[in-house]
Design a protein. Sequence first.
Length: 256
Amino acid sequence: MYIDTHTHFYDEWLLPDAEAAILRALEAGVGKMIQADVDSRERPAMWEIGNRHPGVIYQMLGLYPGSVADNWREELDEVYHIADVQRAVVAIGEIGLDYHEGLGFVKEQKEVLRLQLELAARMDLPVNIHLRDAWEDFFGVLADCRHLHLRGNLHCFTASYEIYERANRYGDFSVGIGGVVTFKNASLAKTLERIPLEKILLETDAPYLAPVPHRGQRNESAYLPLIAAKVADIKGLSLDETETITTNNAETLFQI
């Protein structure tokens, strides 16, 4: 069995076909899928899908950095409320920093990240980290939160081995590997050669970043074995070995 550690069945691009996509994933051997949370606008659909598939679809909880705006305090209050009523979640995520679309809320993004890292520590949950054009600020926040003894994964990891190593000075972080690893000339392959398989999780980030040969099309969890096959090739292991180890990694980190 494979585990997709980061997907979005509730995304408007995938939602109309979500039930069929879940069935295709199960038929492809993807037995468990974890939906990353974004914000209050999309969260109700996320819960609804998860409630229809207990033991198959799992949920994260968090405010995505791209959703941090003027109403960030209200959004974060809702996250806290859900955490307080103990809605079952397996991680705090996807949280992080994203400066790609602009720098209008840099200060607020860093504060939201810090508060959610503290929430994860209080709930004894792993974190699922989204980073884009913001590594130095992320390490600054991590340094301030070193005392929290964080664990989690770096979602959609495409950075260098040195970045991976640096993150692990502040906590216990795995990397989430998705469709980008299958892209031609992707430098990620060289990085993965150095990262232990026990620190690798498989993900799709569906409906985005579909692996080859579906690049540019809508992504879905059923394509996860394509990512696994590429990771197996890079690591010089059989597909079965890669499946077993990455599934164990996900089950251990997310306790599912």
